[in-house]
Design a binder for this molecule. Structure first.
Ligand code: ATP
Length: 224
């Protein structure tokens, strides 16, 4: 379960402090597929980055697996992120000099998992995202949609409690977007992983179980 309590955040600029998120409270149950919807500048990415422990908020609690990650020091947070949190970026963020199997294995390399175990798990996940035939290719040999599937497999390899995705289909055409959403839904069913997906497209949000809508830094609607 993921819980956010009284979360507020501001960015500072030359004029002073600009509030970006104001008193956000939300609870996301285990295994839910959640959309974070809102127009440009409403604070979606900021909220996602805070929940993923990539930034520290000014105020509030962020509870993941019953632990308030806001209180963690840098090392503990980095360790917690590695084992509990997955992230999918709009721009895939794959390493071009590694094969796609090696890219998927990478989080386990940092956790000291044996090469054999890493390989077995990576191959299984690549099979699940429909790339079983392409495991030895390099990212540049794949389409954008295929590269995003590699990054999805990579995000799952540590079996995280929750995966955060920031506009995961933002660089893809409509047909490929539908394929990626279908894969995320399949993985959510098969692995009971919680997904929180930032989107500004109502059509994408409608396909999720819960939709959280942000407007100017305030959570204005929650539909389930
Ligand atoms: N590092 C930063 N420094 C100062 N202001 C920032 C910073 N990051 C974001 N902002 C501001 O915070 C507000 C919310 O930004 P955020 O990226 O969270 O919105 P968003 O809803 O994800 O937008 P988009 O859909 O365009 O990505 C915006 O007004 C933005 O300009």
């Amino acid at each position: 379960m993921l819980r956010v309590e009284h979360l507020s955040h501001s960015f500072r600029n030359a004029q002073g402090s600009v509030p970006v998120l104001q008193d956000i409270n939300l609870t996301i149950g285990k295994g839910k597929m959640v959309a974070l919807l809102g127009s440009s500048g409403s604070g979606k990415s900021t909220l996602l980055n805070l929940m993923a422990g990539l930034m520290k908020p000014d105020q509030g609690k962020i509870l993941i697996a019953d632990q308030d990650i806001v209180r963690f020091g840098e090392n503990r947070l980095a360790e917690f992120r590695r084992s509990h949190i997955g992230f999918i970026f709009q721009s895939y963020e794959l390493l071009s000099n590694l094969t796609i199997r090696e890219n998927v294995e990478l989080p386990l390399v940092f956790m000291g998992v044996s090469p054999y175990k890493r390989k077995v798990k990576a191959l299984q996940l690549l099979e699940q995202v429909g790339l079983g035939e392409k495991v030895n290719l390099f990212p540049s040999q794949l389409s954008g949609g295929q590269q995003q599937r590699v990054s999805i497999a990579r995000s799952l390899i540590t079996e995280p409690s929750v995966i955060f995705a920031d506009e995961p289909t933002g660089n893809l055409d409509t047909e490929t977007e539908e394929e990626i959403i279908a894969i995320l839904q399949k993985l959510n069913r098969e692995m009971n992983t919680t997904f929180v997906i930032v989107t500004h497209e109502a059509e994408v949000a409608e396909q999720m179980q819960v939709v959280l809508t942000l407007h100017k830094g305030v959570l204005v609607e929650e539909t389930a």
